[in-house]
Design a protein around this ligand. Structure first.
Ligand SMILES: Nc1ncnc2c1ncn2[C@@H]1O[C@H](COP(=O)(O)OP(=O)(O)OP(=O)(O)O)[C@@H](O)[C@H]1O
Length: 244
């Protein structure tokens, strides 16, 4: 009798080849990425680690179509975006990517529900009838009518996560999602991100916190604009056990 084959990632969600990014020109040029090659599989949770200024956010922004690469090839969700300017990538972002940021970036004059609805209106993707379900999925069913100022940091990050999911993105990019949170609250956000990975979504977490790498399928370390290492972890830790 043959063993049942283990189902692993079925494709490539992100592929970067020889990607460079230079900000500014001549004497003022900053070489933020100096030839980056990497792959992230569909349904993987990848953590991009690196010290401050190493190029993590630049990498995240290029994957998400917020910045364009100076050179190299960038393929995300099957779309080749390497040579395209951010202004031409609106459809790409709407169709493929959800973003979560360190400081939540909620609109202060809108309630939790409205912060999600506005993204559905702006992108034309998602279903306003699912907003309550989205808030429930991040444990905030009873806070829909609260403004950001009435929510804790962790709760605001949950709203931001629900907002990112409203358009049903194939890839979720989270730049320092626990950076403004205490340990317990940060762990809860990591657990939600891990749940999304377990549901088959591709999740990329950018952080300088090496403890977060414990929950990753793939750990990509960036140093001084270059990939220092890419390591695969066959048995990622449960987010609830991670500490820092
Ligand atoms: N718009 C910009 N103009 C000029 N230089 C930039 C710009 N954005 C980033 N840089 C530079 O590119 C390099 C990489 O920055 P990046 O923000 O990607 O690093 P990071 O690893 O995310 O850092 P941190 O952890 O501190 O956020 C840094 O030297 C930074 O100063």
């Amino acid at each position: 009798m043959t063993a049942t084959p283990q189902v692993v990632a079925t494709g490539t969600a992100v592929r970067l080849e020889a990607v460079t990014k230079v900000f500014g020109t001549n004497d003022a040029a900053v070489h933020a990425l100096k030839g980056v090659d990497l792959e992230i599989g569909t349904g993987q949770l990848a953590v991009v680690l690196g010290p401050s200024g190493s190029g993590k956010t630049t990498l995240c922004n290029i994957i998400g179509g917020i910045e364009s690469a100076t050179s190299g090839s960038v393929t995300v969700g099957g779309e080749s975006i390497g040579g395209r300017k951010p202004g031409d990538l609106g459809d790409f972002r709407r169709n493929h990517v959800g973003f979560v940021f360190q400081f939540f970036n909620l609109i202060p004059t809108l309630t939790a529900r409205e912060n999600i609805e506005v993204i559905i209106e702006l992108t034309g993707r998602g279903d306003k009838g699912r907003v309550a379900e989205l808030l429930d999925s991040v444990g905030l069913a009873d806070r829909a009518d609260n403004f950001p100022s009435q929510l804790s940091g962790g709760e605001q990050q949950r709203v931001a996560l629900a907002r990112a999911l409203a358009t049903d993105p194939a890839i979720l990019l989270a730049d320092e999602p626990t950076g403004a949170l205490d340990l317990d609250t940060g762990r809860q956000i990591l657990a939600l991100l891990q749940d999304l990975r377990n549901e088959g979504r591709t999740v990329v977490i950018i952080t300088h916190n090496s403890s977060v790498a414990q929950i990753a399928d793939r750990v990509i370390t960036v140093v001084d604009g270059r990939i220092e290492s890419i390591e695969d972890n066959p048995s990622p830790a449960d987010a609830a056990t991670v500490t820092w």
